[in-house]
Write a protein that binds this ligand. Structure first.
Ligand SMILES: *Cc1c(COP(=O)(O)O)cnc(C)c1O
Length: 376
C-alpha cells in the first residue's frame, strides 16, 4: 500500500469533467487575466470567510506583500511575527523594508505566545529605534491563533494586524473564520494547502473599503484611475483566470473535505494520544483547525529521529516543518538572533514531525501509520 502525503489525484478524479469544462470556458472566452471567474471566486470566498471584500492574487506571498503595502508599512516599522513558520512570512516584511520582530510561540499550539508578544512590543518601544506598527500572526498548520488574547493587545497598542492564514483557510476561531482577523487576512492556494489551485494563487480579505481599494491598486503596480496612471508602487499580483476556474469546483468540495480532515485528525488523536513518546495536536476549546498539517511533537530530539526513521523505513511519507525557524535562517543573519533567543521555537524545530493528511486517507492507511509509530 502506497500512502501519499497529500492526494490531489483522488480529488481530481471526482471533479475531472468540471475542471476540464471550466478550463475550456476560459480558453474560449480568452480573458486570461481578470476574467469573470475571478470576481465570482472573490465573492464566494469573501462570503465564506465572513468579510465584505476579497482580492484574488498570484500567491500567498503576494497577498502578504500587498497587505503590507496597502497599510503603508515600510522602513522604520517593526512587525511582530512568529519564527515558527514558512519563510514567506518574515520575507515579505523584510522585502518591503520593515523589520520583522520574531516572537516565541506557545509550546502546545505552536502559535505566537501573546505574553511574549506584549514583552516584545514593550522592548521595541523602550529602545525607541523602530516604530511598533503591526502584528502578522500565523495560524500555523491550520490552527487559529489566540485572537482573544491578541486583538486586545493590538487595539491597546494601536497596531495593525495582517493575518497570515496561508495554512488556515476554513479554520474557525469561536465561530469567526480565519482570514477575517485584523485589518487584512491573507491566504494561499498553493496546491498543497487545504484549498489549493493547480499552480500559485492567493487572496486578501478585508472589511475596510479603503483598504480594499488600496489592495486593488497595489495588485496592479499601484494603478490609479486607469492602467497608465500609477500613484504608488505595487506588484504584478493578479491571479490567472485559469486558477480561479479551477478553484471554483474545488471550493464546492471544500466543506465536505474539511469535515473529512477533521475526522481523520480525530482518529489520529485517538490512536496516538495514548503514546508517551509524542504529543498529539492540542485543540483549544472552541477552535477548529483545517488541518493543513497534522503535526506531532516528539518528547525529545532522539525520539523524533527514531519515529521519523520508523516511518521512512516503512515507506510512509513524513515531513518536518520547520527544521530552520526564521530567526535561524541565513537571510535573517543581519537581525543577529541566537537560536536560544526563542527557546520554544528552537525546541520545536527539533521535535516536530507531520504525518500524511488529506481527505482521501483511509482508515487502513491511518492504522498502518499509527501501528508503525506505536511499535517503533
Ligand atoms: C504557504 C505559506 C505562505 C506563502 O504562500 P505561497 O502561496 O506559497 O506564496 C505564507 N505563509 C505561510 C504560513 C505559508 O504556509
Amino acid at each position: 500500500m502506497s500512502i501519499p502525503f497529500i492526494d490531489l489525484k483522488a480529488q481530481y478524479a471526482r471533479i475531472e469533467q468540471t475542471i476540464q469544462d471550466n478550463i475550456k470556458k476560459v480558453l474560449d472566452h480568452g480573458q486570461y487575466v481578470m476574467g469573470a471567474e475571478i470576481k465570482e471566486l472573490e465573492e464566494k470566498l469573501a462570503e465564506y470567510c465572513g468579510t465584505k471584500y476579497a482580492v484574488a492574487c498570484a500567491s500567498g506571498t503576494d497577498a502578504l506583500t500587498m497587505s503590507l503595502l496597502a497599510l503603508g508599512i515600510g522602513r522604520g516599522d517593526a512587525v511582530f511575527t512568529s519564527a515558527f513558520t514558512f519563510f514567506a512570512t518574515g520575507e515579505t516584511i523584510a522585502m518591503i523594508g520593515a523589520t520583522p520582530i520574531f516572537v516565541d510561540v506557545d509550546p502546545r499550539t505552536m502559535n505566537m505566545d501573546c505574553e511574549k508578544l506584549q514583552e516584545a512590543i514593550d522592548k521595541v518601544k523602550a529602545e525607541g529605534k523602530l516604530k511598533a506598527t503591526a502584528i502578522m500572526p500565523v495560524d500555523i498548520f491550520g490552527m487559529p491563533c489566540d485572537y482573544d488574547a491578541m486583538m486586545p493587545i493590538a487595539e491597546a497598542e494601536g497596531l495593525k494586524v495582517i493575518e497570515d492564514a496561508a495554512q488556515a483557510f476554513g479554520a474557525d476561531f469561536k465561530g469567526k473564520r480565519c482570514c477575517s482577523y485584523g485589518e487584512i487576512g491573507c491566504t494561499s492556494f498553493f496546491p498543497a494547502k487545504p484549498l489549493g489551485c493547480y499552480g500559485d494563487g492567493g487572496m486578501c480579505f478585508t472589511d475596510d473599503e479603503k483598504l480594499y481599494e488600496l489592495l486593488l491598486s497595489v495588485r496592479v503596480h499601484g494603478q490609479g484611475k486607469d492602467k497608465y496612471e500609477n500613484v504608488r508602487f505595487g506588484v504584478t499580483g493578479r491571479m490567472d483566470t485559469m486558477q480561479a476556474a479551477i478553484l471554483l469546483p474545488k471550493f464546492d468540495l471544500f466543506p465536505e473535505e474539511l469535515e473529512k480532515r477533521n475526522e481523520i485528525a480525530a482518529y489520529y488523536n485517538e490512536r496516538l494520544g495514548v503514546s508517551e513518546e509524542m504529543a498529539v495536536p492540542f485543540i483549544p476549546e472552541g477552535l477548529k483547525s483545517c488541518w493543513a498539517q497534522y503535526t506531532l511533537i516528539a518528547k525529545d530530539e532522539a525520539t523524533q529521529e527514531k519515529l521519523v526513521k520508523a516511518l521512512q523505513d516503512a515507506s510512509i511519507p513524513v515531513a518536518r516543518y520547520y527544521p530552520l525557524p526564521l530567526h535561524m535562517q541565513k537571510a535573517f543573519d543581519y537581525l543577529e538572533y541566537k537560536p536560544e533567543d526563542l527557546p520554544v521555537t528552537y525546541e520545536l524545530s527539533k521535535t516536530v514531525f507531520s504525518l500524511p493528511m488529506h481527505p482521501y486517507l483511509t482508515k487502513e492507511m491511518q492504522d498502518t501509520i499509527c501501528d508503525t509509530l506505536l511499535n517503533a
